[in-house]
Design a binder for this molecule. Structure first.
Ligand code: TIU
Length: 219
C-alpha cells in the first residue's frame, strides 16, 4: 500500500478506497470581485494553491483515485442561506447581491463555479454545499459510502474555514484524512500555519499533513 511521508507520522492508504477532495476552488474565493473579496480579503493569497493542486489533480486522476469537488453557495432564492450567514459582518456586498462575476455565492453564477485550471472532468462528482463543512446538508457521506471510500486526501480553500470544518466532520465520521499543505490556502499566513499544525498535533488529533510532492511520489 502507498505510504506518504507525513506529519505526525506516515499516512498509508489504498488508492481504491481513497478520494481526492477539492474544496471550494471557486472564482468567488480566489478571484477579485467575488465573495472572498467582499469580506475584505486579499484573494491573490489563494492563487498560489492552483499550480500545485493542478499537478496533484493530474497525478490523482492518473492513479485512478476518485476525485470529488465541492462548491459553497446558495439557491437563487436564498432559501438555504440562514439569516445568521446572510447578515453576518459588514461585507462590501451581501450573498445574493449582483457583483462583477454574477450574484455573490449563488449557484449557477459564473463566480460560483470552479476556476478553469481545476475544472471537474467527465463524471467527477461536484457537491454543492450551503455551509462550511462538506458533509452538512449534502450527499457527500452517501456518495463516499457507495464508492467504498474510507480515506480522504483533502485540498482547497480556505484552510481554517471550509477545509478545517470538513476535516473535522470527516474525522468524526470515521475517515482517515491527509491534508495537503501546499494545496490548501488561507487569506491569513498565520492561520495557514496554525491550521495545519492543529490537524497534526496531539498525535494527529484529526488527521495527517504532508506536502504534495510526498504524495505524488507514491501515487
Ligand atoms: N471566508 C473564508 O475564509 N472561507 C469561506 O467563507 N468559505 C470557505 O472556506 N470555502
Amino acid at each position: 500500500m502507498p505510504t506518504v511521508d507525513a506529519s505526525p507520522y506516515s499516512f498509508t492508504f489504498e488508492p481504491e478506497s481513497t478520494a481526492l477532495l477539492v474544496i471550494d476552488m471557486q472564482r468567488d474565493f480566489v478571484e477579485p470581485g467575488g465573495f472572498g473579496e467582499t469580506l475584505g480579503n486579499d484573494v491573490s493569497k489563494l492563487q498560489k494553491v492552483i499550480p500545485p493542486l493542478a499537478r496533484l489533480l493530474g497525478a490523482a486522476r492518473a492513479a485512478g483515485l476518485l476525485v470529488v469537488h465541492t462548491r459553497e453557495g446558495h439557491l437563487p432564492d436564498l432559501s438555504d442561506c440562514p439569516p445568521a450567514k446572510l447578515n453576518r459582518g459588514a461585507p462590501s456586498m451581501r450573498i445574493g447581491d449582483p457583483g462583477p462575476k454574477g450574484r455573490i455565492l449563488i449557484r449557477g453564477e459564473y463566480g460560483h463555479d470552479i476556476v478553469d485550471d481545476l475544472k471537474p472532468l467527465g463524471d467527477e462528482p461536484v457537491v454543492d454545499k450551503p455551509g462550511k463543512g462538506s458533509f452538512y446538508a449534502t450527499n457527500l457521506g452517501e456518495l463516499l459510502a457507495e464508492k467504498g471510500v474510507t480515506s480522504l486526501v483533502v485540498t482547497g480553500v480556505t484552510t481554517e474555514v471550509c477545509v478545517h470544518t470538513t476535516v473535522r466532520e470527516a474525522n468524526d465520521r470515521g475517515f482517515e484524512c491527509l491534508v495537503v499543505s501546499d494545496c490548501v490556502g488561507s487569506y491569513f499566513d498565520e492561520f495557514q500555519e496554525a491550521g495545519l499544525a492543529m490537524i497534526a498535533a496531539q498525535g494527529g488529533i484529526f488527521g495527517w499533513v504532508a506536502p504534495s510532492e510526498n504524495l505524488i511520489e507514491v501515487l
